[in-house]
Design a protein around this ligand. Structure first.
Ligand code: C2O
Ligand code: CU
Length: 491
């Protein structure tokens, strides 16, 4: 008897190992990495009639002049028209999807009271913001979850310019997928860039069933490995929305990716000439870059933000194109209307040659402390638990049953030396801290979400701050859900 079950066990193991290897390679062989959602793309719904979108021009959003932004959020269920046919029942803040945009200045106080009108617990996490630990919104780590009909007051001072997102941290994959999120844009003290429009672009995908309702949340080997991919791509909660500018204008675009798992690879093309328009990247996550750089393919992983400028030389139709190996799909349009005024080529090249000193001292301080910094080794990999259950782990530890706590001292320097031992990329997000990527090319910005490439490594340095417990986790939400979370304990 025993021998026989041993044999089954070994056969089982071999089978699972093969399945894992073949599975991972199948989805993630190197050439195809950029098209990592090939399998899903055939399900992407066709482009609908482009919708006009008036609400995400930041220059039209009033900033109040007082230093305190008092806001009242109600989390509730709301029907929203996403695609043709039935409206979709989403979970929203104040009946809007995405939630209200918060526009602030460095030094302002954000004061949000949230009322939970859902029938489940929730919290709000201020992704990327350096807030006091008890404002961080992590259930059972920094606060008790907000129960149905409960309220909670979040209040904190805004320390950094940059692009942020707020979202629940309770049953996160489901609550974000169902629509609970919104953008925060914080103006910098010294903004040297010149541009004519300023558009927020919140990227997402959502998995809808035939009746246009959000598909159930079931766990499969596939969702555990890849995360949940949607079949409808959304920009600011709309399918292929259209924005307007004028020929010769420089447009500032602030990208946020809040999809559960999908990395967005996007280009801006001129639809008539098919020519790609370069993105001038001026900032990432929590800060300006010290030097802007150009790229024609922007890679935005879940949880990441990019601040970019584009120059539209000619009138005509431009589209943001998302690539898959089935071809490509437009996720949003930018129409440049004819203009009688002068062209702005010079402001673009001026922007291109900026050097930004805003965070220079802090960057240099971190770089100068690389040799003094203590190294924290982080190994990211998948674990089999029993025969059929897969879990994601950090140093072999699986949250919450076997949480890895990493003790650090406030004011000291630490290097996260991260190794990814699988062929799935992991966008790792650190709460409450500012990281600098080492081993780069001399272009720096403060990051809170960095991608560790498949079977690759990445080093970041940070100076520990803010006493308390700060989550460090993968922002592929299903990876986090299945254990890829650890806790940095600052004392
Ligand atoms: Cu945006 Cu801990 O998450
Ligand atoms: Cu991951």
């Amino acid at each position: 008897m025993e021998k026989q079950s041993n044999v089954f066990f070994i056969i089982g193991l071999v089978f699972i190992t093969l399945f894992l290897i073949v599975g991972f390679e199948y989805y993630f062989n190197k050439e195809n990495r950029i098209y990592d959602d090939v399998k899903e793309s055939y399900m992407l719904k066709e482009v609908f009639t482009p919708q006009r979108d008036e609400n995400f021009y930041l220059e039209k959003i009033e900033r109040n002049n007082s230093k305190v932004l008092n806001l009242y959020f109600v989390a509730k269920k709301t029907y929203i028209n996403l695609v043709e046919g039935n409206p979709t029942l989403l979970w929203t803040y104040n009946d809007t999807f995405p939630g209200p945009i918060i526009r602030a200045r460095k030094g302002d106080v954000i004061n949000v009271t949230i009322k939970n009108e859902l029938d489940v617990n929730t919290t709000i996490h201020w992704h990327g913001m350096r807030v006091p630990n008890q404002m961080d919104g992590v259930p059972d780590i920094t606060q008790k979850p907000i129960p149905p009909n409960g309220t909670f007051n979040y209040q904190f001072k805004v320390l950094d310019g940059g692009i942020y997102i707020y979202h629940p941290h309770y049953n996160t994959p489901e609550q974000i997928e169902r629509g609970l999120y919104g953008g925060i844009v914080v103006d910098y003290d010294n903004d040297p860039y010149e541009y004519d429009r300023d558009i927020l672009m919140i990227l997402d995908d959502i998995l809808l069933e035939n009746n246009n309702q959000v598909a159930d949340f079931y766990k499969t080997m596939h969702t555990t490995m890849m995360g949940r991919y949607g079949n409808v791509l959304l920009v600011n909660g709309k399918v292929n929305p259209t924005y307007y500018a004028k020929e010769g204008e420089v447009v500032r675009l602030r990208f946020i990716n809040i999809a559960n798992a999908r990395t967005f690879y996007i280009s801006l093309i001129n639809r008539e000439t098919n020519k790609k328009i370069p993105f001038l990247v001026i900032g990432e996550d929590i800060s300006f870059s010290n030097k802007p750089y150009e790229t024609t393919l922007l890679e935005v992983a879940p949880g990441q933000r990019y601040d970019v400028l584009v120059y539209l030389p000619d009138e005509g139709n431009y589209s943001f194109i998302y690539y898959s190996n089935q071809g490509y799909i437009s996720i949003s349009n930018l129409i440049a209307n004819k203009s009688s005024s002068v062209d702005k080529v010079d402001s673009y090249s001026k922007n291109k040659n900026q050097y930004v000193y805003e965070n220079e001292q802090d960057f240099q301080d971190l770089i100068a402390n690389v040799d003094n910094a203590e190294i924290i080794n982080i190994d990211l990999y998948a674990e089999m638990q029993g025969m059929m259950e897969m879990k994601w782990s950090i140093n072999g530890r699986v949250y919450p049953d076997d949480t890895l706590f990493i003790p650090v001292d406030e004011g000291r320097y630490y290097i996260l030396e991260m190794r990814n031992l699988n062929s799935v990329p992991h966008p790792m997000h650190l709460h409450g801290q500012r990281m600098l990527v080492l081993d780069g090319d001399g272009i720096y910005s403060f990051k809170d979400t960095v991608v560790i490439p498949p079977n690759g490594k990445l080093r970041t340095i940070f100076k520990a701050e803010g006493k308390g417990l700060w989550l460090f986790h993968c922002h592929i939400l299903e990876h986090a859900q299945e254990g890829m979370i650890s806790v940095i304990k600052v004392s």
